[in-house]
Write a protein that binds this ligand. Structure first.
Ligand SMILES: [Zn+2]
Ligand SMILES: [Zn+2]
Length: 423
């Protein structure tokens, strides 16, 4: 804890002291990089001692006594996070316009390339006081803190933000007629009305709710959002290895969750409807990665024809469809998606005629290929299409997703599955 100031530094400090009453923190700030492991207040005291000068008495003209409030801010923050689990935290302060001005003036009049700003210094001092009050370890997290506070000096408000938890996994949807995410009632838009039995929901259950319920309870949270790598139709099942998803749990009170136990809990409660696997913690960037990944998907489609179709004719038509398919936004989703033409590849296709007017197709397409429209043609909006190639009207009556091919996430004990990763 040795602190030595040279003559030039002492002279600058003398000038600062003569400018007006100043606190130890603000006197020490322009010298923040002198001496390691010290607080600015200690630097300020050392400067006064070195100069044998106490300076003018009164409230600090730079910060107006802001640092005297650090303890109260820390106390308040510690109360706010009582009962909330976290390892990392971060403080941010919004100065009043007057403080901004005084700080700019101070910096202009006594410029320093070894100093620390008022904001930075205050955040750090509050943080240290906060840690001392917690009575347990916590560290500053600059990149993605578990909890963060904003101290708004103008309104004397302290705002707490608890970072979301992100849980990656894969889900299988074993029942038809269930949307991936909770749909607000069309009539009341979620407020609750007689038509939805005052649930506010268009469908009584969703994949999202089945997965979220046990996790919300375990995390002591109220809201969760399911981000899927695409979504199947409400009437389609999602089979095979399941579809990758990230469940975002907002404002969790607990962050240490037993994912193996939660996986069983979800699967027990949602038996016959939803099944999850490969649960693991990921960071928030996983959501964007998931949304960008255009995983290829394999489907099983039951198709009915308007006239009899022979196996040979069906398989010739299917082979002729392989490659690029141009799809204008299907009519059934046109109300919520931009109307445009997209090109997606049909990667493999085979079919088995079960009766003259009914077949089971096995199709694999790039992410975003609409299967129902590939079969029906959607009144010419999808081209080429199976119906045109056969010269017979065709429609999908049942659709299942058998496999979602690609996945950019580590699964199964932390090993990275690169074999399926898309370029
Ligand atoms: Zn001050
Ligand atoms: Zn309603």
């Amino acid at each position: 804890m040795s602190l030595r100031f040279d003559a030039a530094q002492l002279e600058r400090a003398r000038e600062i002291l003569t400018a007006g009453p100043i606190c130890d923190e603000c006197l020490g700030r322009p010298f923040a990089r002198v001496g390691r492991g010290l607080a600015n207040a200690e630097r300020g005291q050392a400067l006064r001692a070195g100069l044998s000068e106490r300076g003018k008495a009164g409230v600090c003209w730079v910060c107006g006594g802001l640092f005297d409030r650090a303890g109260a801010c820390a106390e308040r923050a510690a109360r706010e996070v009582a009962g909330i689990e976290f390892d990392t935290y971060l403080f941010g302060v919004q100065l009043t316009p007057r403080l901004e001005e005084m700080e700019a003036f101070f910096d202009e009049r006594f410029p320093s390339d070894e100093g620390e700003s008022l904001k930075h210094a205050f955040n750090r001092v509050v943080g240290k006081a906060f840690e001392a009050r917690l009575g347990r370890p916590a560290t500053v997290g600059f990149a993605s803190p578990d909890v963060s506070f904003v101290i708004d000096l103008a309104s004397d408000a302290l705002r707490l933000h608890v970072a979301s938890l992100y849980v990656y996994g894969r889900y299988r949807k074993l029942a038809r007629g269930m949307p991936q995410t909770k749909w607000p009632c069309r009539r009341c838009r979620g407020r609750g009305c007689p038509s939805c039995g005052f649930t506010g929901k268009q469908y009584p259950e969703s994949v999202e709710e089945w997965i979220a319920a046990p996790l919300l309870e375990a995390a002591g949270a109220e809201t969760a959002r399911l981000h899927g790598a695409g979504r199947e139709d409400i009437d389609a099942r999602m089979l095979g290895g399941g579809r990758p998803f990230v469940l975002e749990v907002l404002a969790p009170r607990r962050r240490t969750l037993d994912l193996a136990a939660l996986r069983e809990d979800v699967n027990d409660r949602a038996v016959g409807k939803v099944e999850v696997s490969s649960l693991s913690f990921v960071d928030r960037r996983a959501v964007a990665t998931l949304k960008e990944s255009r995983a290829a998907k394999r489907y099983r489609a039951i198709v009915e024809f308007e006239e009899a179709v022979s196996p040979k004719r069906l398989n010739e038509a299917l082979s002729s469809l392989l490659g690029e398919i141009a799809q204008r936004t299907p009519r059934r989703v046109a109300h919520r998606r931009a109307d445009r033409v997209r090109l997606r590849r049909l990667l493999s296709a085979s079919g088995k005629v079960e009766s003259p007017r009914r077949a089971v197709l096995d199709l694999e397409g790039e992410g975003g290929l609409y299967i129902k429209e590939l079969v029906s043609g959607d009144e010419g909006r999808t081209s080429p299409n199976l119906s045109d190639r056969l010269g017979v009207g065709a429609a999908v009556t049942e659709l299942d997703v058998l496999e979602v091919r690609s996945c950019a996430f580590p699964e199964g004990g932390g090993s990275v599955d690169n074999t399926e990763a898309l370029p």
